[in-house]
Write a protein that binds this ligand. Structure first.
Ligand code: CUA
Length: 161
């Protein structure tokens, strides 16, 4: 088959771009440990009160490591009984926090300002992400998935002290 010179250049360009994308994906997987977030566990959204999500809030692990259990619902994040308004999670600077988040009604989002944490919250699934908070400050958790009339009001705050 006879290829026109321009066609050949375009084929080479497409091959180079595809090769670069494939190489970037492999490098991200192997060297940066970047994965698509996958559900940690299935859960019955009607029966959250029988699980760890019955008591949303922070659990201290060892040293500067914490876990946070958060329930998303229309249109708020439940982060604990004394969380205040807006619901606030407090950590000392240098903390590493693993978030376990689920939704009790519809799909929501979970994005932490200034961090790479960005989860899709699907009812029936537990999503997990870990973030490190080195610098003191206020970091909002926002719902970045349109979830209805109160979507724009759905947020919580992390206060790093
Ligand atoms: Cu919840 Cu948007």
């Amino acid at each position: 088959m006879e290829l026109n010179k321009l066609e050949r250049y375009w084929l080479i360009a497409v091959g180079v771009v595809l090769g670069a994308f494939t190489a970037a994906t492999i490098v991200a997987l192997l060297f940066f440990n970047i994965r698509l977030p996958s559900p940690v566990e299935r859960i019955d959204p009607q029966r959250l009160e029988e699980t760890e999500f019955a008591r949303p809030g922070i659990r201290r692990l060892t040293g500067s490591r914490y876990e946070a259990y958060i329930v998303a619902k229309s249109w708020a994040f439940e982060v604990g009984p004394d969380a205040g308004t807006p619901p606030t999670l407090r950590f000392p600077a240098g903390s590493e926090v693993t978030f376990y988040v689920t939704s009790k009604d519809v799909m929501h989002g979970f994005q932490i300002e200034g961090h790479t944490a960005n989860l899709e919250l699907v009812p029936g699934q537990i999503a997990r992400t870990t973030a490190r908070f080195n610098r003191p400050g206020r970091y909002n958790i926002i719902c970045n998935h349109y979830c209805g009339a109160g979507h724009h009001l759905m947020y919580a705050t992390i206060l790093v002290e």
